[in-house]
Design a binder for this molecule. Structure first.
Ligand code: GDP
Length: 198
């Protein structure tokens, strides 16, 4: 389906989360993982630009996706990138306080898309995030980014390493650059409502 995407708001506190009722998909990942590029490839440049606007990089940026009859169908939540620092008490010491409750309690949140860079070894803070999502019973999918940079063998090896390190049944390989894997990701996003939390 083709959607038109509009920016809703940037939230810096739980009271500011939108009152939307459509299924919401959250995008998470370390800074530089390729989150803006992926959002850009999924829904267009506007979303990625908004999310990179200074002051909005530490907010949750919400977008509404409407179908061709202008009916709201989905919401996307672009979460702040977490850093290279070791994750401490909460998922990331650098994350604003409202992020953990968002992930744990947001009722309309149907799927977390956790981005990991396929070009580097599995990162402990990505593992912490996955463990935490499991702990709170939140449905998630791990998506390996920038797979166009790898040859077939290296890609297979790295994807397997990610799968093993985070104890996953599946890792979805994507490239914002070539568009590889995006169709599969859309399928997962559009069926998120019916395959909620494992
Ligand atoms: P963010 O910080 O997570 O939003 O990451 P960006 O989307 O800004 O991407 C970080 C860097 O990775 C940029 O230099 C991008 O051009 C590059 N990048 C992102 N996605 C891809 C991809 O699919 N393939 C390749 N080759 N590079 C990518």
């Amino acid at each position: 389906m083709r959607y038109t995407t509009q920016f809703m708001l940037s939230a810096l506190a739980a009271e500011q989360f939108p009152g939307t009722t459509v299924p919401e998909i959250a995008f998470l990942g370390r800074s530089n993982v390729g989150k803006s590029s992926l959002l850009n490839a999924l829904v267009g440049e506007k979303a990625a630009k908004v999310s990179q606007t200074p002051g909005r990089t530490r907010a949750i940026n919400f977008f509404l996706l409407c179908d061709d009859k202008n009916r709201a169908r989905l919401a996307f939540a672009d979460l702040p990138g977490y850093g290279y620092a070791k994750i401490s008490k909460s998922i990331s010491a650098e994350w604003p306080k409202f992020i953990d409750p968002y992930l744990a309690e947001r009722e309309t949140l149907k799927l977390c898309v956790c981005l990991v860079d396929s070009n580097i070894p599995p990162q402990p803070n990505d593992g912490k995030l996955v463990d935490w999502l499991r702990h709170v019973g939140r449905g998630f999918i791990v998506v390996a980014t920038k797979t166009d940079r790898l040859s077939g063998n290296a890609r297979t090896r790295n994807l397997l390493a990610i799968k093993n390190a985070f104890d996953l049944d599946e890792v979805l390989a994507v490239s914002a650059k070539t568009g590889a894997g995006l169709k599969d990701l859309w399928t997962r996003i559009e069926s998120a409502d019916s395959e909620e939390a494992s």
